[in-house]
Design a protein around this ligand. Structure first.
Ligand code: NAI
Length: 467
């Protein structure tokens, strides 16, 4: 069997960075080079202060600290890393297309294609190329066609090895993955490549958790896994709206249905809506693929998951506006949290962005506190939507790093991320410094209604009436 001695990973983002750090720490005899075209990002990965790493994940700095400089290296020298590697992971971003055919739904594969062309240009000996990025089913075909036409006799095996880590628990998920999926050709050389990749993971995971499939099943399974997870969130969120009308409590409904072992209890928490870079983009991609094969009903079925998620974010913002006497113009609304979930600094597709945008439309003054997200990120998230100029955003949105200052003289607080620290705050003190009546809108269901009502707040918790 082929033994892997040198790995290159193209893309030092939320997946490439943590995944390769874990591989390096568990496989000390393999040299791992993580490369990226973004010099600023690489500089942060190399920063001597491990608190400055570009990705915040519990446990990440310890893993990086252990392996960096020994067998884990971060650099912008993409060509050398490709040249030295036996195995190349492609872990670049695959956002939704914002132009041309498939705009708004299909995956934009330009970064993937650039990587493939780069590999084709540089490689002089045989390589195993691993799709780590989430890709539409049959992308491996495109990679093959680019790589196999170099004319220099180099042989490439293409594998699909989608990543299932969740941000916020990435290190835990990588160290104790439910399963590793490896798709590849069912030829002898395809099998050899799958086994070579499997042997990397076998350094720390039991063999039974490593599943081998054909390449198309592997590519499609990643999209389907995300679609199923997001579908559960949208399903319970749709019920949260009904709970609010019927005096049912969504937590009690979740618990009651989750005890059914066929349903299971995980991923049944109602919230202001899912975010993150993957769920929406991957479902849209699935919708696009279904449509392109003429499966309109299949496409419509999955698109509804996104429609429900948009509804939930809008419903939360509309509720703030109507509760605040139908106007938020000039009112100070404090946001607790901006990241799309706790324990990450990632804000892509965060519900907070869309709730803020709806309130800004009504001329609210928003003041944001998030323990891990920078002012610049918040401003660029809003600017990216294209509904307000940078100047308007800076006039209407203030970002502070003190939660008390954020709440001072606010008409309302909206909890948009479930950071643990929010539960520990002295809410009496917060009440005292807010304008009265003091409203709190809990979009993450982390605060206790009895306590909040007892203090005197006008308290709204998504998925239940105030009791
Ligand atoms: P990211 O945007 O954080 O990182 C991608 C990196 O690739 C960027 O730093 C970018 O500069 C770099 N890059 C782009 N083109 C390049 C090129 N030609 N050469 C060198 N570097 C290049 O993206 P993230 O979140 O790490 O996602 C990567 C892939 O993994 C996506 O396909 C995503 O769908 C998938 N994924 C993401 C998960 C997540 O939780 N973020 C979980 C599972 C899969």
């Amino acid at each position: 069997m082929k033994t892997i001695k040198n790995i290159c990973c193209i893309g030092a983002g939320y997946v490439g960075g943590p995944t390769m750090s874990v591989i390096a720490s568990k496989c000390p005899e393999i040299t791992v080079n993580v490369v990226d075209i973004n010099q600023a990002r690489i500089d942060l990965w190399n920063h001597e202060d491990l608190d400055k790493l570009p990705v915040y994940e519990p446990g990440l700095k310890e893993v990086v600290g252990e392996a960096r400089g020994k067998n884990l290296f971060f650099s912008t020298d993409v060509d050398s890393a490709i040249d030295e590697a036996d195995m190349i992971f492609i872990s670049v971003n695959t956002p939704t297309k914002t132009y041309g055919k498939g705009k708004g739904q299909a995956a934009d594969l330009k970064y993937i294609e650039l990587c493939a062309r780069n590999i084709a240009k540089v490689a002089v000996d045989d390589k195993i190329v691993v799709e780590k990025s989430t890709l539409p089913v049959r992308t491996a075909q495109t990679l093959k066609s680019i790589l196999h036409n170099t004319g220099n006799g180099v042989k490439f095996e293409i594998l699909s090895n989608p990543e299932f880590l969740a941000e916020g628990t990435a290190i835990e998920d990588l160290l104790d993955a439910d399963r590793i999926l490896i798709g590849g050709d069912e030829t002898p050389s395809g099998q050899e490549a799958k086994n070579a990749l499997s042997s990397v993971y076998e350094h720390w995971l039991p063999k039974e958790r490593i599943l081998q499939t054909n390449v198309w099943s592997s590519e499609l399974s990643k999209l389907v896994a995300n679609a199923f997870l997001a579908q559960r969130v949208s399903s319970i969120n749709s019920i949260s709206a009904l709970c609010e009308k019927t005096d049912a409590n969504v937590a009690e409904v979740s618990r009651a249905i989750g005890y059914d072992s066929r349903i299971g209890s995980r991923f049944l928490n109602s919230s202001v809506g899912f975010g993150g870079s993957c769920f929406q983009k991957d479902i849209l991609n699935l919708v696009y693929i279904a449509k392109s094969f003429g499966l309109q009903e299949v496409a419509d079925y999955w698109e509804q998951v996104i429609i429900m998620n948009d509804y939930q974010k809008r419903r939360f913002a509309d509720n703030i506006i109507s509760t605040l006497y139908n106007t938020v113009s000039g009112k100070k609304i404090a946001f607790y949290g901006w990241a799309f979930k706790k324990d990450t600094n990632d804000t892509r597709e965060s519900a907070a962005i869309y709730v803020a945008d709806a309130l800004l439309e009504e001329n609210a003054h928003i003041v944001v506190y998030d323990p891990k997200v920078s002012k610049e990120t918040i401003y660029s998230d809003l600017e990216y939507l294209g509904n307000k100029s940078r100047e308007e955003i800076e006039n209407l949105v203030t970002v502070l790093n003190d939660p008390m200052e954020t709440a001072k003289d606010a008409h309302a607080i909206a909890v948009l991320t479930e950071w643990d620290e929010f539960k520990e705050y002295d809410w009496q003190k917060i009440y005292d410094i807010m304008l009265k009546p003091a409203f709190v809108f809990d979009g993450r269901r982390i605060l206790d209604p009895a306590k909040m009502n007892g203090i005197g707040f006008k308290f709204y918790k998504i998925g239940q009436t105030n009791d």
